[in-house]
Design a protein around this ligand. Structure first.
Ligand SMILES: Cc1cc2nc3c(=O)[nH]c(=O)nc-3n(C[C@H](O)[C@H](O)[C@H](O)COP(=O)(O)O)c2cc1C
Length: 352
């Protein structure tokens, strides 16, 4: 089946304008990243996973993850936890913050999360998992979706057992990253399971794992019948990959475009996180933007040593002077929409 990646699909009543979903990634999926993903062709973007306990305790840093702006939408916010009542409470906060979709993480393999009964642990506890989905669906009106791994152990098929239960309990779409929790990111995502899941449920299935090129995306649609593909690591410092999936003839970005997009991203991130947090957060992005054969490795190593973000900007403009005008153009083209969150403490805005 040939699918036009730029065609829309629906999750519940929410129209998703393309078949590309930008993956939720902890420590990566800030507003600036999501906004950039939408600009480059993602039909849906997602926050990183947000602790329902953190929301319950009104932890300021956690509440900051609920900042949403109009130009990110459609947007999903992902929560994780194991207690149905606390998850339902967190879901109402996400809905009030303006998310279009509430996603739940039933796939995180990190022990800090799994040992609390959350994340991938739920894949092998179908009753508990379904109870969480029911409680959350009852608490909110926006569509509820779940992101899964294949199971805890290598070779597990748990997602195929729990997936239909989650749909029965009210889930409007499922995402499958078919690696086991034990695998973390090693080996390959086994998308034969994705094809099986598509056969088992009558809601859209989003395929996640190892989608890095247009050919990967096309083959995955053909092999699995998925409704959309999710792009994660391939989009880190590389939003152009999304555009190339929508138009495989699109040329690779020029050095001026790469540097301008990075500087714009740095400025947006600084506005969002404040200068101090942004400095540490951004270091990993220098390598992601500037390697991939675009600049010598030593350039990135030089940037991470610089003291301030304005030093980094100046060094980037020194290397690629043509990027300066492009940043000005980007700032005119993409004026940030104001955050639309209204019912949260004011202290989380403005770089908090
Ligand atoms: C740094 C990093 C952080 C991630 N954080 C999350 C997360 O918060 N929630 C989630 O559901 N998946 C998370 N993932 C998994 C991705 O969403 C995705 O399923 C996985 O990376 C496979 O897709 P890829 O091969 O396109 O990267 C994370 C992955 C990475 C690399």
């Amino acid at each position: 089946m040939t699918v036009d990646l730029s065609s829309p699909f629906h999750i519940g009543p929410v129209e998703i304008p393309s078949r590309l979903v930008l993956a939720p990634m902890a420590g990566v999926s800030v507003q600036a990243f999501r906004r950039q993903g939408r600009q480059h062709g993602a039909g849906l973007v997602c926050s990183e996973m947000v602790s329902c306990q953190g929301l319950h305790h009104r932890n300021e840093r956690t509440l900051g993850y609920l900042r949403i702006a109009e130009d990110e939408r459609p947007l999903a916010v992902q929560i994780f936890g194991s207690d149905p009542a606390v998850m339902a409470e967190a879901a109402t906060m996400v809905e009030a913050a303006g998310a279009d979709i509430l996603d739940m993480n039933f796939g995180c393999p990190v022990p800090k999360v799994t040992k609390t009964g959350a994340g991938a642990t739920l894949l092998e506890q179908p009753d508990e998992a379904a109870a969480i989905v029911s409680a959350v669906c009852e608490a909110i009106d926006i569509p509820v979706t779940v992101k899964m791994r294949r199971g805890l152990r290598d070779g597990s098929r748990a997602a195929l057992e729990v997936g239909p239960r989650l749909v029965e309990a009210g889930a409007s779409a499922l995402t499958l990253h078919p690696r086991s929790a034990k695998q973390m990111y090693t080996g390959h995502a086994d998308h034969t399971l994705t094809a099986e899941l598509v056969e088992l449920v009558d809601v859209p299935v989003i395929a996640s794992g190892d989608v890095a090129t247009y050919a990967d995306a096309r083959d995955l649609f053909e092999q699995t019948g998925c409704a959309a593909v999710m792009v994660g690591r391939a989009a880190q410092g590389n939003p152009w990959v999304l555009g190339q999936m929508l138009d495989p003839d699109a040329p690779p970005p020029l050095p001026e475009e790469v540097v301008a997009e990075l500087v714009y991203f740095m400025r947006e991130t600084m506005r969002e996180l404040g200068e101090q947090r942004a400095e540490g957060f951004l270091k990993k992005f220098y390598g992601w933007y500037l390697t991939r054969g675009r600049f010598p490795r030593s350039f990135k190593q030089e940037l991470v040593q610089l003291a301030t973000l304005s030093d980094v900007e100046e060094r980037l403009f020194g290397a690629v002077p043509g990027a300066r005008d492009r940043v000005v153009a980007l700032e005119v083209e993409r004026p940030p929409a104001p955050d639309q969150t209204l019912e949260l403490p004011i202290s989380i805005y403005g770089g908090g």
